[in-house]
Design a binder for this molecule. Sequence first.
Ligand SMILES: CC(C)(COP(=O)(O)OP(=O)(O)OC[C@H]1O[C@@H](n2cnc3c(N)ncnc32)[C@H](O)[C@@H]1O)[C@@H](O)C(=O)NCCC(=O)NCCS
Ligand SMILES: Nc1ncnc2c1ncn2[C@@H]1O[C@H](COP(=O)(O)OP(=O)(O)OP(=O)(O)O)[C@@H](O)[C@H]1O
Length: 253
Amino acid sequence: MKIIGLTGGIGTGKSTVCELLIKLDPNKKVRKIDLDKIAHQISQIGEKGYQAIVKEFGKEDILLPNKEINRKKLGEIIFQDPQKKRKLEKITHPKIIFQMIWELIIACLNGCEVVVVEVPLLFEAKMEKIFHQTIVVYSEEETQVERLIKNRGMTEKEARDRIKSQMSLKEKCKRADWIIDNSGNFDEMKKNCLEYWKINITKEKTNQTKQQLKKHKKIIPPDVFINRFILITILILLLFLIFKFLKFIFSFF
Ligand SMILES: CC(C)(COP(=O)(O)OP(=O)(O)OC[C@H]1O[C@@H](n2cnc3c(N)ncnc32)[C@H](O)[C@@H]1O)[C@@H](O)C(=O)NCCC(=O)NCCS
Ligand SMILES: Nc1ncnc2c1ncn2[C@@H]1O[C@H](COP(=O)(O)OP(=O)(O)OP(=O)(O)O)[C@@H](O)[C@H]1O
């Protein structure tokens, strides 16, 4: 299973590109994991991050009348104050990463060939080692601001605060294995996605198939082997924990 880390700046078009990439596979062997979505899930009422966030930032300041977290308000607070941003990340990032690993395990068990993980803070959080390949979705800063105002209802200040709080796109591009330019219109973006897919995914599969035919035996590339080794270790650990838990429960009878 190939794990691709897709990042970029806020509003550069990460989600749009990610959706398009997963639709490029006719066999439906490609899946996406969206860390923004996971961040939202873990801060829902009753979820793991909710209590910790409310305790840190105060009920009065960040709760809506229905007790849900007011993400717009929380955003305004953390994107103006780096220390508060770090505090929120300290609460959320371990939970987000745990859930991401869990979803990767499920994808692997379901026989997925490619997983595209949308990670807004991939380089900021030093996560590049987790992925076989990293992609940056790029667009000009003015385009980012324009899209955030038009499509996300932000003010210009909010948009620029968020952009400023992230690593510069120039630096992200330097660190990435591949850059998908999304400065133009949707058609140009689709063309750039197709180019990436053909060079990096389809070609790779064809080579592998050719090799398999030549040797008449199943080849397990080294990275797949390492993935399987990690998964089996995690599964053994999980079984061990379940066993300990059941033993603890039965000790009461
Ligand atoms: C601050 C929050 C409440 C704002 O919610 P909101 O719905 O307005 O924005 P959303 O979650 O859709 O994020 C939109 C974009 O903001 C940027 N962003 C989000 N969190 C951060 C952060 N901690 N630092 C820099 N940029 C960020 C990303 O580019 C992201 O794609 C929310 O983003 C959050 O809980 N962030 C902390 C968790 C986190 O780090 N998420 C990023 C995934 S690794
Ligand atoms: N090439 C494009 N032309 C015009 N609009 C675009 C283009 N690409 C994306 N958009 C629009 O810009 C907005 C932001 O795109 P998207 O949500 O994919 O970005 P993102 O990087 O995932 O944003 P965020 O960081 O907020 O999660 C969306 O409304 C999307 O439809």
